[in-house]
Ligand binder design. Structure first.
Ligand code: FAD
Ligand code: EPU
Length: 348
């Protein structure tokens, strides 16, 4: 276990903003995690587990212990056509997808190039190009932070939804995901219904070709966090009622909607784009000129620049379409998780 005090979090989150934290621990085993939670000097300090920091915004210096998940290891077993992978929480997700392909294991290719750790994938049920983590998940194991025991949840018990799971609700702050179990099939069952994949359907005759196309699309649309700081989609795609969708469609015929639990899902990127906000900048934070759903750190942005821009976007969309955007990126203040609305209600 590696421990450092007064650390700049810039290399530990993909927004690339200078934010200090009091203590940073790199944990490479379950025993390391347990030691952090038993450490007498840290009993009363706030604690936060991080993977690659690709879905977080630190809104203030963090006065507590940040724990970086570096639990490594993976194993394969098979039963007939079914292939089972057990992957430790700190494994890199994009590397895992590539490794599975080299082992001749299909099923992860639609989820290529999503930054982050394997152990973070269940938290918001990562999804892209028609596949979500829940579709390939067999179980999730976590360290229960009260008992310090390892608990296994089945896929159903994880209560997965769109960018959602039990880890954002009942188990929020109570669990550290230590490993995931994936169930894949040696017989390739492609998922090619998502727009750009569907158009090329006839040509996509192998998992490798799907992987290559997904990587090409992502590289053309999404900014690389190693070059320009960002945390992917800043907001979730909102789900609105059928009635609300009909009203908006009458006004904006090119607005597309997709059936979702509880109504119709519409593209937040489209809404922001049609507010004319592509390229709009506050301080060093900018609405990405190619993908309006992404906020990028183009010029030494501060957390406040990002917050001000997010607040501006939220209000522009609310005023024009009457649709409320909810941020997907997780916000942390000096000691705990917070939300955009809370930050601004305290300011005014
Ligand atoms: P972090 O950002 O480190 O953590 C995210 C949250 O999970 C925090 O609240 C943290 O405390 C908590 N957490 C982390 N690890 C654990 C653990 N082991 N146990 C309990 N809690 C934990 N997401 C998608 O779904 N689809 C996409 O297509 C997609 N594209 C992206 C593209 C870019 C360029 C970027 C920057 C991000 C994108 N994302 C996407 C978001 C991000 O990749 C995912 O949310 C990813 O799963 C985050 O992993 P992480 O390890 O970086 O998590
Ligand atoms: N659009 C615009 N202007 C924009 C951006 C998008 O008009 O500036 C339109 C597109 O033309 C398209 C629609 O909005 O008709 C949807 O765009 P896209 O296919 O790029 O997907 P998205 O809704 O912006 C979602 C996920 C991504 C995921 C992709 C692919 C959310 C919040 N985002 O983005 O996930 O990679 O679909 O499946 O659900 C993330 O969560 O961080 C993330 C990047």
């Amino acid at each position: 276990m590696n421990v450092n005090n007064n650390v700049n979090l810039k290399p530990f989150h993909t927004f690339g903003i200078d934010v200090p934290c009091d203590v940073l621990v790199e944990a490479s085993s379950i025993d390391d995690l347990i030691s952090v939670y038993r450490h007498p000097d840290w009993q009363d300090l706030p604690k936060l587990i991080l993977g690659k920091g690709s879905n977080v915004l630190f809104t203030e210096p963090f006065h507590g212990v940040i724990v970086i998940n570096q639990l490594l290891g993976k194993s394969i077993s098979a039963d007939g056509e079914d292939i089972y992978l057990k992957v430790s929480g700190g494994e890199d997700w994009p590397n895992l997808v590539e490794w599975a392909l080299t082992q001749g294991i299909p099923g992860l290719e639609n989820l290529a190039l999503i930054p982050g750790c394997a152990g973070s994938a269940p938290i918001q049920n990562i999804g892209a190009y028609g596949v979500e983590f829940k579709d390939i998940c067999e179980y999730v194991e976590y360290l229960d932070l009260e008992s310090l025991d390892i608990v296994r949840l089945s896929t159903q018990e994880c209560q997965f939804g769109y960018r959602d799971s039990i880890f954002k609700h009942d188990l929020l702050g109570k669990a550290i995901i230590t490993s995931i179990g994936l169930k894949l099939s040696s017989q390739w069952k492609p998922t090619l219904n998502y727009g750009p994949l569907n158009t090329e359907k006839e040509l996509l005759t192998s998992p490798q070709l799907v992987f290559d196309l997904v990587c090409d699309i992502r590289r053309s649309k999404l900014p690389d966090p190693n070059v320009t700081g960002n945390a992917g989609s800043f907001f979730k795609n909102p789900v609105i009622t059928h009635e609300n969708y009909r009203q908006l469609q009458a006004l904006y015929p090119d607005l597309n909607g997709y059936k979702a639990d509880g109504g119709v899902k519409i593209a937040a990127g489209w809404l922001i784009d049609r507010c004319g906000l592509k390229g709009y900048q506050i301080g060093g934070a900018q609405v990405h000129p190619q993908q309006a759903l992404v906020i990028v750190n183009v010029d030494n942005a501060t957390s406040n620049d990002v917050l001000d821009l997010a607040w501006f976007i939220k209000h522009a969309v609310q005023d024009k379409y009457g649709v409320e955007l909810e941020h997907e990126v997780r916000f942390f203040n000096d000691k705990q998780e917070t939300r955009l609305e809370n930050i601004f209600s305290e300011r005014f």
